[in-house]
Ligand binder design. Structure first.
Ligand code: ATP
Length: 375
């Protein structure tokens, strides 16, 4: 879905979040570099990136816990530089944003409502609703220390959502939970987002979470925003080799001299890649046309475990083989490539293969993409 197609975005409402030229330095350390990002009202954007890429700092800037070194932050059309965190009216679920230890679960959830002058009746009704939604019905009278880590995290989510803030920031809110609970709560977060039109910025390491939740995914790398695009676009049409590898889990094969795949010819709109005498001409789309160095990307499900006549053939040795039921995941070490090439093959096509076997993988032309190598 593009921005203009978003059901609640655009229109006359100002964007929920507008970050312009944002940077943050801690002494010598740069945590965020020249970052601009807009979240339309009602969007759910996941912020995905490796450890240390700047995700938490970004949320802390929006929340008002840190002051930007440069740049501006507008929330719902209003510059917030002079506003304290409380004045920004943001719901927050942060890793280290603890529950009040001396208040019961119910009281924790009602805290923000009390601060906003909700009547007792409305508070009780709202906290009961949230306790039920977060599957905490039996635990309302307990203190936080009498809960498991996962239960505490669910209370933190309920507390953040209680007064229906327009903007909610979440920093790895499901990190500590088991898979089943995670899936329940992901569904719950999606539902809250849909029903209340809450704008959510959701930091995660986990691409599955980002896939499940997001309208768009913002990918951070080394303090910078690489891109912010709809999930499907990142997966099917990644802007560069980094996103193809990190998000779409594609194989990214650099076209370097001495590598297994050679760049034979490069024109304005296409390029020819070859292994031995076998060659393919591929289109250079978007940023690839201007890129200095190119890489070849192909997703594991599109690599053939045995090369056909039309495929680029890539000989190597099976270094790992995992039986996944209907499919088998192969990793094949190819000479001159730093990373093994992954192939996801139908189980019947990989029957009889074992670690150490020599194979020649096939790269079909229709699934190969030429991308700028880095970000
Ligand atoms: N208060 C601080 N003082 C100094 N450096 C900091 C501070 N906070 C963050 N940094 C540095 O800024 C960079 C970005 O950190 P940040 O916590 O935003 O990354 P992250 O992507 O959230 O990482 P993780 O996924 O591990 O939580 C790191 O190099 C970190 O060491």
């Amino acid at each position: 879905m593009t921005k203009t197609e978003h059901p609640t975005g655009g229109g006359t409402r100002p964007p929920a979040v507008e970050l312009t030229g944002l940077s943050k330095r801690f002494g010598e350390v740069t945590a965020i570099s020249d970052l601009s990002l807009t979240a339309e009202a009602g969007e759910l954007i996941s912020i995905l990136g490796a450890s240390g890429s700047g995700k938490t700092t970004l949320l802390r800037l929006v929340a008002g816990f840190e002051t930007p070194t440069t740049g501006s932050i507008r929330l719902h059309g209003r510059e917030v530089a002079s506003l304290s965190p409380a004045e920004r009216e943001i719901g927050m679920v942060f890793q280290n944003y603890a529950l009040f230890p001396h208040l019961s679960v119910r009281r924790n959830i009602e805290y923000g409502l009390r601060m906003r002058g909700w009547s007792r009746e409305r508070r009780v009704e709202r906290s009961a609703e949230l306790l039920a939604r977060m599957r905490l019905d039996q635990l309302g009278d307990r203190l936080p220390r009498q809960l498991s880590g996962g239960q505490q995290q669910r209370v933190a989510i309920a507390r953040a959502l209680a007064y229906s803030p327009r903007l909610v920031l979440m920093d790895e809110p499901l990190g500590a939970l088991d898979k089943a609970l995670k899936e329940n709560l992901l569904a719950e977060i999606r539902r809250v987002h849909r029903e209340f039109g809450t704008t959510i910025l959701y930091v995660t390491h986990d691409r599955e979470e980002a896939l499940t939740l997001s309208d768009r995914v913002a990918i951070m790398r080394d303090t910078r925003l690489v891109c912010c695009s709809p999930v499907r676009e990142l997966y099917l049409d990644p802007p560069n080799g980094y996103v193809a590898g990190f998000f779409a889990q594609a194989n990214v094969i650099p076209l370097t001299p001495g590598g297994p795949v050679a760049l034979r010819r490069r024109g304005a709109a296409d390029a020819e890649v070859a292994v031995g005498e076998r060659r393919h001409t591929l289109a250079l789309q978007g940023a690839a046309a201007a890129a200095e160095t190119l890489a070849l990307a192909i997703r594991p499900g599109q690599v053939r475990p045995a090369a056909g006549d039309e495929d680029l053939p890539l000989p190597g040795t099976v270094s790992d083989l995992v039986f996944l039921g209907d499919t088998v995941r192969l990793r094949v070490a190819v000479p001159e490539l730093a990373e093994p090439v992954s192939a996801l093959a139908p189980a019947h096509a990989a029957l009889g293969l074992a670690v150490g076997d020599r194979v020649t993988l096939g790269l079909p032309r229709e699934h190969l993409r030429l991308l700028p190598e880095g970000s």
